[in-house]
Design a protein around this ligand. Structure first.
Ligand code: BDP
Length: 587
């Protein structure tokens, strides 16, 4: 699937704006063949949860309906109309003029349907039923419970088994694409820093393809054919310092005289593990940055181009060079921005909460069975990995794939669950980027079944926060010892911290730093960095988290997770100034 955009031969119409909306008690009772009555105005894209007041709105469990109309002419001969969704959390069924187009599972990747045959000249109605249930078959994972309280009707609750608010609805743009019937379907393109490149184009039918590689208006290379490779002298490699982008421009000519033109930006860069180091363009790379969330006031998890640019600008301001798309694939708009601004990305699948006997926030999980006997996610997990790689493979900013965050890798069965997934990623990505997953503290060097499958070991550690509370001396000793033991066991694998940090409520201060103060957060991060600086095998530090973010309510959360070094409004805490001076030093 290509990024939906207008070209000389393609017309892309935004369907964003105000849709009609209603919470649904029971999805089956809704009849999409009839127009929605008394809908509320709802902005698209946005998570619906924070738009109207009231817990029944914010904590709604189950289905909601969105509807809008669009006036269209009859499709022109030789053209197709495609309805495209950037993402709908967590599943969606879509109707065009009351006719079911299909259903899609998974809240963080795009999907689309051909609606050409259903278009009526005049007014057309689009209906979306979205559902936000997370359970043992979905990614991310959650638990559905029926609870009863004296004198009250039974209540269905949905416990997300992950530490971010279950923002729901149409989270990314909706577009109507007017495309040639005979057209380019996919383009895969990559280059390395020595100037060599290869590409592969899939078309709806066998066609003549002309290919150009361009630097702005300047044509550097020309060729024909649906697949090819070559070499260009004097290119500028893509890197955070010089995020040089080139265009692969494809012109398709069909036997019937039809034409399609698409341009795919790409970069020339290599990423590999060499002699135990992570290397970008042949040089040792050290990742400085964050775990993040797509999370902003009012919009929730929906696309915000303004916050995306702001966040990357703040990262540059700090001297950071990277982030992980914890804990799901972010919008493609964000990846395009990272390509352009030179920010490296660890691209993570939405596989989080894969632990049936443990949760980070201490939420009650009633399942006591072993994780890998309980979860029924493996086939879906394969599908989302394929679809994430298909969407993101051309982005030079993407330097590593993360298959999951903090699964029960210490439980029996983890290797059998993950081995096919790692294999699939390696077979699917033509660039063969490093593959990893992110471990939690309970998966030790002795017990973790999945570490042997990783190219880079990414550890999340919270000594001095969830254990050894307030004791940074003990935290440093434990961290140092554990890192060394991992290194001794896996000397060829670079190691990075994928998460470390402490909650700090902005404005809480201490002269003898206590937990939750800005000083303690800064001191903990500084303490961890001092340990990392002693280890030559460390290839990166990602602080948890870039900014404060919304979570489910629990005694461990103060209006959300406060581990951000920025507040949710992107104001710096003390830790941000510490990291800025550390990361700017070697810039
Ligand atoms: C880690 C999780 C992350 C949480 C973090 C925390 O990967 O999602 O938000 O803990 O507790 O275990 O702040």
């Amino acid at each position: 699937m290509l990024f939906p955009i207008s070209t000389e031969t393609r017309r892309c119409t935004s369907l964003d704006g105000i849709w009609d909306f209603s919470l649904l008690e029971i999805a089956d009772s809704y009849d999409p063949s009839l127009p929605l009555k008394n809908g509320l105005p709802m902005p698209v894209p946005s998570a619906y949860n924070d738009i109207y007041e009231g817990r029944e709105f914010r904590n709604h469990v189950g289905s909601v309906v969105y509807e809008r109309t669009i006036d269209l002419p009859a499709p022109e001969p030789g053209r197709c109309l495609i309805l495209h969704f950037g993402s709908v959390a967590h599943s969606a069924s879509v109707w065009w003029n009351g006719k079911l187009l299909g259903s899609h599972k998974g809240g963080f990747l795009p999907f689309e349907w051909d609606v050409t045959g259903l278009i009526m000249p005049g007014t057309n109605r689009i209906t979306v039923i979205a559902d936000n249930i997370v359970d043992h078959t979905t990614l991310p994972c959650g638990t559905v419970q029926n609870r009863s309280y004296p004198g009250l009707a039974p209540k269905r609750v949905n416990l997300p088994n992950f530490d971010f608010f279950n923002y729901s609805g149409i989270l990314r743009p909706v577009k109507l694409l007017d495309l040639p019937k005979t057209r380019i379907e996919t383009i895969s393109v990559s280059g390395t820093q020595d100037g060599s490149f290869r590409y592969e184009i899939k078309t709806t039918e066998e066609c003549e393809c002309e290919v150009e590689i361009k630097e702005k208006d300047h044509v550097l290379w020309k060729g024909t054919g649906a697949a090819g490779n070559g070499w260009i002298d004097g290119i500028l490699p893509w890197s955070p310092e010089h995020p040089a982008l080139y265009d692969l421009r494809v012109t398709l000519s069909g036997a019937d005289g039809s034409r399609d033109i698409c341009t795919e930006p790409f970069g020339f860069r290599s990423i590999e593990i060499r002699d135990g180091s992570l290397c970008l363009n042949g040089e040792k790379l050290y990742l400085k940055g964050f775990g993040k969330h797509e999370d902003t006031p009012v919009l929730g998890r929906a696309l915000s181009e303004a916050y995306n640019v702001k966040d990357l600008a703040l990262m540059k301001w700090m001297g950071a060079n990277s982030f992980r798309t914890s804990h799901y694939p972010y919008s493609e708009e964000m990846l395009r921005l990272c390509d352009r601004m030179g920010i490296l990305v660890i691209d993570e699948a939405p596989a989080v909460g894969m632990h049936t006997t443990f949760t980070a926030t201490g939420m009650r999980i009633d399942v006591k069975d072993a994780t890998w006997d309980t979860l029924k996610t493996q086939e879906h997990h394969k599908d989302v990995l394929k679809s994430m790689i298909a969407r993101d493979q051309n982005h030079p900013c993407v330097i590593m794939w993360s298959v999951a965050n903090e699964p029960a890798s210490e439980e029996k069965g983890a290797y059998d669950y993950f081995e096919p997934l790692f294999r699939l990623v390696r077979e699917t990505d033509s660039q063969r980027r490093p593959v990893t997953f992110v471990t939690h503290g309970e998966a030790t060097v002795e017990t973790c079944e999945v570490a042997p499958l990783c190219d880079v070991l990414v550890l999340n550690r919270y000594y001095g926060w969830y254990s050894e509370e307030g004791d940074l001396t003990a935290a440093k000793a434990l961290l140092s010892d554990e890192l060394d033991r991992y290194h001794q066991r896996y000397p060829d694998k670079p190691i990075m911290l994928g998460e470390f940090g402490a909650d700090a409520v902005a404005g809480l201060h201490d002269s003898t730093p206590q937990m939750f103060s800005e000083e303690y957060q800064r001191d903990l991060i500084e303490a961890y960095c001092s340990v990392l600086d002693q280890k030559m095998y460390i290839c990166g530090e990602h602080v948890w988290n870039f900014a404060d973010f919304a979570t489910a309510e629990s005694v461990k959360r103060v209006q959300g997770n406060k581990k951000g070094v920025f507040t949710r409004e992107r104001k710096p805490k003390l830790a941000a100034w510490f990291l800025r001076s550390r990361w700017k030093q070697n810039d």
